[in-house]
Design a protein around this ligand. Structure first.
Ligand SMILES: [Zn+2]
Ligand SMILES: [Zn+2]
Length: 393
């Protein structure tokens, strides 16, 4: 069992874990027999039944925690805008936000969840500490939730199902017990590669002391000790940073699943969102990302200003710490744009002139992947990616 941050839950972000365990023990026979394929082929009646079984159960402890965090955040903002803080504290807080952000984007997301590249031991250790600074559950739990999100996007099995609206996909999912499909379907997603990493296992074993040190103590202590801030106010800005960065991550699940263009696949909810990309260090090119989740850039285009994480990974590749960075070939992208895009792709008119299958448009959800190594990946795609990227062993 992974460590518990508060009381009897697995952690702050898996509010519903206890409820899910109860449910699982009651329905253990059902969950054993049900698998991904039975889910994919379930009839509307079955779905109706699943919906009927679900009852919204609010986890008040988490509501209280998040209300408190946001209240402190507002207070912190008021202090910042009244010129209360030393400018060094503000610069440090920004740098620390980026540090924690990379733990999520370059670490938990692009490395561990999607396996878009390989990282050597020092980089994995760095990203693990950075991921502790972000405090969004340990890597193993984060990856499990995220892979389930990609495999069962915007269904009941998606932890932050955007079909349930902005609030639910943003923060609501952390304030109530999870739908049982999340755990039932979650069990069908392979996690063996993540558990095989000793860095991940180390973090799981020592998660609570690690997050206390990296999320709270270090960022509170530095402005107090080096820049002469009052300890209490140093803590306030630390919590404000944490709350703000949580909202940055949540926007990827909410805003980037609701508003924006869908140049790569119009049949799914995820969109291309410039504003979310700016806030979430390049993670808002979400329509692309859901179609090519194994791409280390998590975007087709863009520059480093709206994709900080890609800049960081390119730097890591230059010094040899990141290897086997995978990205989609132009040909793969064009084929996909023609097949399922919504017509907003930047080079579409030229592309249509050259293409044989003008306007051909399929609607299928049959190929949702969690990333590199997903057994549902087409072998032709694997070959093309390997050839295109000239991956070195
Ligand atoms: Zn993802
Ligand atoms: Zn998504």
């Amino acid at each position: 069992m992974s460590p518990s941050l508060i009381a009897n839950s697995h952690g702050l972000f898996l509010a519903s874990e206890t409820g899910i365990s109860d449910l699982n023990s009651k329905n253990s026979r059902a969950s054993k027999t049900e698998d991904a394929s039975s889910y994919a082929t379930s009839t509307p009646n079955n779905k109706q039944q699943q919906n009927n079984e679900y009852k919204l159960q609010i986890v008040w402890r988490n509501v209280l925690i998040f209300v408190l965090l946001h209240a402190i955040c507002v207070y912190g903002f008021a202090l910042v805008f009244t010129g209360f803080y030393n400018w060094k504290t503000l610069v440090f807080t920004y740098i620390y936000t980026v540090f924690g952000g990379f733990g999520i984007t370059a670490g938990a997301h692009r490395l561990w969840a999607h396996r878009t590249y390989k990282a050597n031991l020092p980089l994995r250790i760095f990203l693990m500490f950075a991921q502790c600074a972000a405090l969004q559950n340990d890597i193993h739990e984060w990856v499990r939730d995220h892979r389930v999100h990609h495999k069962f996007t915007d269904t009941n099995a998606d932890p932050h199902n955007a079909s349930r609206g902005f609030f639910f996909s943003h923060v609501g999912w952390l304030l109530c017990k999870k739908h049982k499909d999340v755990m039932v379907k979650g069990k069908t997603v392979d996690m063996s590669d993540v558990l095989a990493d000793p860095v991940v296992r180390f973090q799981m074993r020592h998660y609570i002391p690690l997050v206390i040190v990296w999320n709270i103590l270090i960022p509170t202590w530095i402005p107090w000790y080096f820049f002469g801030e009052e300890f209490m106010y140093s803590f306030v800005i630390c919590m404000a940073r944490y709350t703000l960065s949580l909202n940055g991550t949540w926007l990827v699940n909410s805003a980037a699943h609701i508003w924006g263009m869908k140049p790569y696949d119009s049949t799914i909810k995820p969109t291309e969102s410039l504003s979310v990309s700016i806030i979430a260090f390049g993670e808002g090119w979400h329509n692309y990302h859901h179609i090519f989740p194994w791409d280390y850039k998590a975007a087709e285009l863009g520059n480093y200003r709206v994709n900080f994480t890609t800049a960081f990974l390119d730097l890591m590749a230059r010094i040899g710490w990141a290897t086997e960075l995978k990205t989609a070939s132009e040909d793969m992208i064009k084929k996909r744009v023609l097949r399922t895009g919504d017509g907003t792709w930047y080079g579409l008119s030229q592309l249509k002139n050259n293409a044989d299958d003008k306007g051909h448009h399929h609607h299928d959800h049959g190929d949702m992947l969690w990333g590199w190594g997903d057994t549902d990946m087409g072998q032709n795609d694997v070959k093309e990616i390997l050839k295109f990227n000239r991956i070195k062993g």
